[in-house]
Design a protein around this ligand. Structure first.
Ligand code: AMP
Length: 373
């Protein structure tokens, strides 16, 4: 079996490493934080900044193949790694997904529906965009934004100067988008293996609170027509990217219309339900692709709800009542092993499985409230 290098030691890196290990491989994780969750399960650790070329050399030496768990890595480092080892997804896919402007242009050029957008170089660009498309709009940093960081909704002309000042302080490149008054947010995890076979996981319906994923409901409560449309769009995207690996495509649903918001070339929080509700998890799928195995379509074994455990819980209640919460039928707890709970920090999640989706939703609500008991 293989030595799999993983850049990033967070929960996604940890779960990739667990799947890799289950399939008999060795893992080498690179992360600057000595307390990284993935270090607890990897065979080897490299404690170093992601852009340190000496660390990259060690990773090259120790790995047969390399992947990453997040997209905010310096592109130069991945291009360097690619000279010596296969990196999946490729630096080409990474370069598109790590810059919202390139990402939106790529999607638009491939006739994939996205919210109207434009580049912002000055306040005037915002005013002009709003004259054409009206309020509300969202301005976002082109790079390094996640979980709602680096973005601001602008509801009227008075909010333009302060919002522009705030966002332009963070990043030089800014994008403006029309705010979509969506009915639902959904995502699909789609993979393409080395033989070009494309498979998609069931579509997940995602509820965000304060821009952070709160819960995923699967299967998403959308029409069959919409489901087919989303799967077709996903296929076009992965083909056009010439992806080898796995991506998550996040989108807004408005009536029977869909607008792609973001693509992430890695396993995703909204795919954690696959750990228990599918015959193959998103982490198994990525590992299979890294190993050069063929993939088949993952099957949903049960309706499921996944809800995140943010650090906030520990501030509200120092000792969450795990015992009571886990008496919920069909529940499974995942804690990532992060030592310090912080507001908004993803510390873990709970998956709830039930034959009835409505019951799974109700049980997820009661399970969460038990934590505060
Ligand atoms: P993002 O950082 O682009 O993933 O955005 C985080 C969250 O902000 C999304 O999941 C939405 O809830 C919200 N959001 C971002 N962009 C838009 C938009 N153009 N229209 C409506 N909501 C948005």
């Amino acid at each position: 079996m293989k030595n799999i290098g993983i850049i990033g030691g967070g929960q996604l890196g940890k779960m990739i490493a667990i799947s890799a290990k289950e399939m008999g491989n060795n893992t080498i994780v690179l992360d600057p934080n000595p307390d990284s969750p993935a270090f607890g399960v990897s065979d080897e650790k490299i404690i170093s900044e992601f852009d340190d070329l000496n660390a990259c050399d060690i990773l090259i030496e120790k790995s047969d193949i390399i992947t990453y768990e997040f997209e905010n890595i310096k592109l130069d480092s991945v291009e360097y790694l690619e000279k010596y080892r296969k990196v999946f997804p490729s630096s080409k896919v990474l370069s598109i997904s790590q810059n919202r402007i390139l990402e939106k242009e790529f999607l638009k050029n491939n006739k994939i529906p996205v919210a109207e957008f434009n580049l912002v170089k000055s306040e005037k660009d915002i005013i002009k965009f709003c004259e054409n498309f009206n309020f509300p709009v969202v301005i976002k940093t082109a790079t390094e934004g996640y979980d709602g960081k680096g973005q601001k909704i602008i509801k009227n002309v008075n909010e333009i100067p302060s919002s522009y000042r705030e966002i332009s302080k963070k990043n030089k490149e800014i994008i403006i988008e029309k705010f979509i008054n969506f009915d639902k947010e959904v995502s699909v995890i789609c993979s393409r293996d080395t033989s070009g076979e494309i498979t998609s996981f069931p579509i997940s319906e995602n509820i965000h609170v304060n821009h952070i994923l709160d819960k995923s409901i699967v299967p998403a409560r959308i029409s069959k027509t919409l489901e087919n449309k989303i799967n077709n769009l996903a296929e076009i995207i992965v083909n056009q990217l010439e992806l080898v690996g796995l991506i998550c495509i996040e989108m807004f649903v408005l009536g029977e219309e869909v607008f792609i918001n973001e693509i992430a070339p890695r396993p995703h929080n909204s795919g954690h339900y696959t750990l228990d509700a599918c015959d193959t998890s998103q982490f198994d799928q990525v590992v299979k692709i890294l190993l050069g195995f063929n993939t088949c379509k993952p099957k949903l074994l049960s309706p499921a709800v996944m809800f995140n455990l943010l650090g906030d819980i520990w501030f509200d209640n120092l000792n969450p009542n795990w015992n009571k919460a886990l008496m919920t039928p069909g529940s499974k707890l995942y804690l990532y092993g992060k030592h310090e709970p912080r507001i908004g920090r993803k510390m873990g999640h709970i998956n709830i499985l039930n034959n009835s989706l409505d019951d799974a939703i109700k049980l997820s609500e009661s399970c969460k409230s038990m934590l505060y008991d």
